[in-house]
Design a protein around this ligand. Structure first.
Ligand code: FAD
Ligand code: NAI
Length: 464
């Protein structure tokens, strides 16, 4: 094969694209990955998961040093914020991660084609005026911020998550539009650093994809932390000036308008698939009603030889979902049997405490008419949670009423994002609640609460 001819060309180097490229190369396919950004890793590593988690971690330390350590008998004196230092931590974490992907590309002999990719034909990708041939093309171009009419993002006063990751001072009043993943995570960061945060949410609840009980409880906790909520409210306009932003709000179901003043506004009402500039219309790649690339169960698009994965296709816009699809598709392209179990994809919101879920919510089970049993265990009854001063929250396990098969697990707790792994594995293995209950859990970590919730499904919890 010549330098401009590959088995697979992946467009986009986010967690979907870069993982697909590495796995394809591991399986012996000659692979290239096109990326227009100056560094690899996509939204997730550059302006998404990784920088937001670095800021969440750092702001949690700041909050803890100010308000949490004294309760442990640790005196720290006056605590000052070094915002530049905090941002420096974030930048160095991002740099290490993006450089890590570059290293992995070299190690696995994946060619990075630098620039914007356009699909010229079913076997041709153009990058920087040069044509490259491929037996298979993978669209992994990810997603971008969903716009809102009347609220123009300038990344100064009205910011997207990208702007919210690099504010150069702590806004006095931050208004977040959208009470989902980004709104609550980035809202938590700035609130811990000193902002008064108000979340304006269109629906009458936050975290709409999560279990209703968890979402209600989480809102109560965030309120106690000082976050204000305007639910059932829509933003109809935003006027930015040197002083700040004046937002016009209206009840979602209609009614009297009001004005809300902010220093900074974060727009986080979801994300939309990135397909612009790829030339999809010209070559006949179909998109769905929401502009996502339409695919079959094996990631094939309407054009033979062209595939798509990650945020640009249907499904939760999560890095690990994109990664699983990347691996599955690479294996399919290499003639193996790649597969993703969409019933076992966890979702985690990295607030304090964290919210994590896998499988179905109570609302979904009720709607589907599935009879279930619920077992719940509060963190107040967990020894380690008491030792950590982290007793807010609970673990809830939903199991089939007849077979005891685990259908959904919902955790509101410190470290919920780590605890959910055993629940995802239980669902992956088709485990029953009794399987979890009979598994010996080390004492006294927080995930003893998972075992107790499983025991509670059978009405035999030991510590409540
Ligand atoms: P992306 O990561 O969006 O990558 C697509 C890449 O393609 C980009 O680098 C883009 O530059 C490139 N590209 C696009 N078009 C072209 C073209 N024509 N030519 C060349 N290159 C192109 N998910 C989690 O699971 N956990 C989290 O904690 C989490 N936190 C998040 C925090 C924030 C603030 C945001 C915004 C998102 C977060 N997500 C998180 C979601 C996660 O980032 C996405 O689900 C994930 O990045 C999707 O991966 P992807 O590979 O589909 O695309
Ligand atoms: P989101 O879908 O999580 O939340 C958007 C929220 O905005 C919803 O509650 C929705 O009801 C609300 N909304 C929609 N239109 C509105 C309007 N006009 N006015 C007021 N509210 C409105 O989207 P978000 O937070 O932008 O994040 C995008 C995606 O990125 C997430 O869905 C998730 O897939 C991913 N992400 C994942 C993270 C994680 O895994 N920890 C962290 C951050 C993002």
């Amino acid at each position: 094969m010549s330098d401009d001819s590959f088995d697979v060309i992946v467009i986009g180097s986010g967690p979907g694209g870069y993982v697909c490229a590495i796995r394809a190369a591991q399986l012996g396919l000659r692979t290239a990955c096109v990326e227009k950004r100056a560094t690899l890793g996509g939204v997730c590593l550059n302006v998404g998961c990784i920088p937001s988690k670095a800021l969440l971690q750092a702001s949690e330390k700041f909050e803890e040093a100010q308000h949490g350590l004294a309760a442990f008998g640790v005196k720290v004196g006056k605590v000052d914020l070094d915002l530049k230092g905090l941002m420096g931590h974030k930048d160095s974490v991002v740099k290490a991660n993006t450089a890590g992907v570059e290293f992995l590309f070299k190690k696995n002999k994946v060619t990075w084609l630098k620039g914007e990719g356009r699909i010229a034909a079913a076997d041709t990708v153009e990058v920087g005026g040069k044509s490259y041939k491929a037996k298979s093309i993978v669209i992994a171009t990810g997603s971008a911020v969903a716009p809102l009419k009347g609220v123009e993002i300038d990344e100064k006063r009205i910011v997207s998550s990208t702007g919210a990751l690099e504010l150069d001072s702590v806004p006095k009043r931050l208004v977040v539009i959208g009470g989902g993943y980004i709104g609550l995570e980035m809202g938590s960061v700035w609130q811990r650093l000193g902002s008064q945060v108000t979340v304006v949410e269109f629906l009458d609840r936050i975290l709409p994809g999560m279990d209703g009980e968890v979402s209600k409880h989480m809102q109560r906790i965030l309120k106690k932390q000082g976050m204000a909520f305007k639910l059932g409210t829509k933003v109809t306009g935003a006027k930015a000036s040197a002083k700040g932003v004046a937002l016009t709000l209206e009840p979602a179901k209609g009614g009297k308008a009001e004005t809300l003043e902010a220093d900074i506004v974060l727009l986080s009402i979801g994300r939309v698939a990135n397909t612009g500039g790829l030339g999809l219309d010209k070559i006949g790649v179909d998109t769905d009603e929401r502009g996502r690339v339409a695919t079959d169960g094996h990631y094939a698009t309407s054009v033979k030889g062209i595939y798509a994965i990650g945020d640009v296709i249907v499904g939760p816009m999560l890095a690990h979902k994109a990664e699983e699809e990347g691996v599955a598709l690479a294996e399919l392209l290499a003639g193996q049997k790649g597969h993703v179990n969409y019933d076992a994809i966890p979702g985690v919101v990295y607030t304090w405490p964290e919210v994590a879920q896998v499988g179905r919510t109570e609302e979904q089970l009720k709607e589907a008419g599935i009879a279930y049993k619920a077992g719940k265990f509060p963190l107040t009854a967990n020894g380690r949670a008491r030792a950590m001063n982290a007793t807010e929250g609970f673990v809830k396990i939903l199991a089939d009423a007849k077979t005891d098969k685990v259908l959904g697990v919902h955790i509101l707790s410190a470290e919920a994002g780590t605890m959910i792994a055993e629940a995802a594995m239980a669902i992956e293995f088709g485990a029953s609640a009794e399987d979890i209950a009979r598994t010996c859990h080390a004492h006294p970590p927080l995930n003893e609460a998972v075992k107790e919730a499983a025991l509670a499904v059978g009405g035999r919890a030991l510590h409540i």
